[in-house]
Design a protein around this ligand. Structure first.
Ligand SMILES: [Zn+2]
Length: 234
């Protein structure tokens, strides 16, 4: 069930699980849209909510939060970041309000830059006695930003938004190796075209497979209650 198209009688009695997809409005190289992370989180949340329903769990998918903490991309015009403080307060209040009727909250985060805040908010909500956790929307082994992984996913989710003829590669070092320069100079300091990785070889088929894998992982985590221990707090 999608919250944005549901009516209140649909939610009378509450929901077992609310999935809250989190994205960003940030540059994704010359070939992918600003909405990339939001579109990916949204697709995972919708798919997972549908699969949970098929398995008998009352799962609801919230509208995607399409702004996040994207300060590292700010040198690229069009990027809109709300920063960590505003993101944290927003997530906290979303969580407090939604937990009045949803027994479990799971943030589905598709933008790595949101991570410290999402994790801290999930911990705080748990400390307040709410059942909150978060899961990443990032396939294992994926490249960092606007590379093959995200390009394949967008070819599967919203192919009309992808400009494959404009795709170019950026540095392919692991994100850990780029981090010191990235922190000091922003993404533009390590990749003038905004790409971290290489979109070469991306395909809709690969994207559909990656998307199905992420949906299966989320469903599995929700059904088993198995969230990474760094999410659970105390
Ligand atoms: Zn992204």
């Amino acid at each position: 069930m999608k919250l944005d198209s549901a009516r209140w009688p649909d939610l009378a009695g509450g929901a077992e699980v609310l999935l809250l997809p989190l994205g960003a409005c940030e540059q994704h190289g010359p070939h992918l849209p600003f909405h990339t992370d939001a579109a990916i989180a949204d697709a995972v949340a919708r798919g997972a909510a549908g699969e949970l329903r098929r398995r008998g769990v009352a799962g609801v998918c919230a509208p995607v939060l399409a702004f996040g903490a994207s300060g590292e991309h700010q040198h690229f015009d069009g990027t809109v970041s709300i920063g960590h403080d505003a993101l944290g307060l927003t997530l906290l209040e979303l969580g407090r309000s939604a937990s009045c009727w949803a027994r479990r909250l799971v943030f589905l985060n598709a933008h790595g830059g949101n991570l410290p805040t999402v994790s801290a908010v999930a911990r705080q909500l748990r400390q307040e006695g709410r059942d909150a956790s978060w899961l990443p929307c990032q396939p294992s082994g994926s490249d960092a930003h606007a590379g093959r992984t995200e390009t394949s996913l967008m070819l599967a989710i919203a192919p009309e938004t992808v400009r494959l003829d404009a795709a170019v590669a950026g540095p392919s070092e692991p994100i850990g190796a780029l981090l010191p320069r990235l922190r000091e100079h922003g993404v533009i300091g390590v990749s003038p075209n905004g790409v971290l990785g290489d979109p070469t070889g991306a395909s809709a088929e690969e994207g559909a497979e990656l998307l199905a894998g992420m949906i299966a992982d989320v469903v599995d985590s929700v059904l088993t209650g198995d969230v990474p221990k760094w999410d659970t707090g105390t």
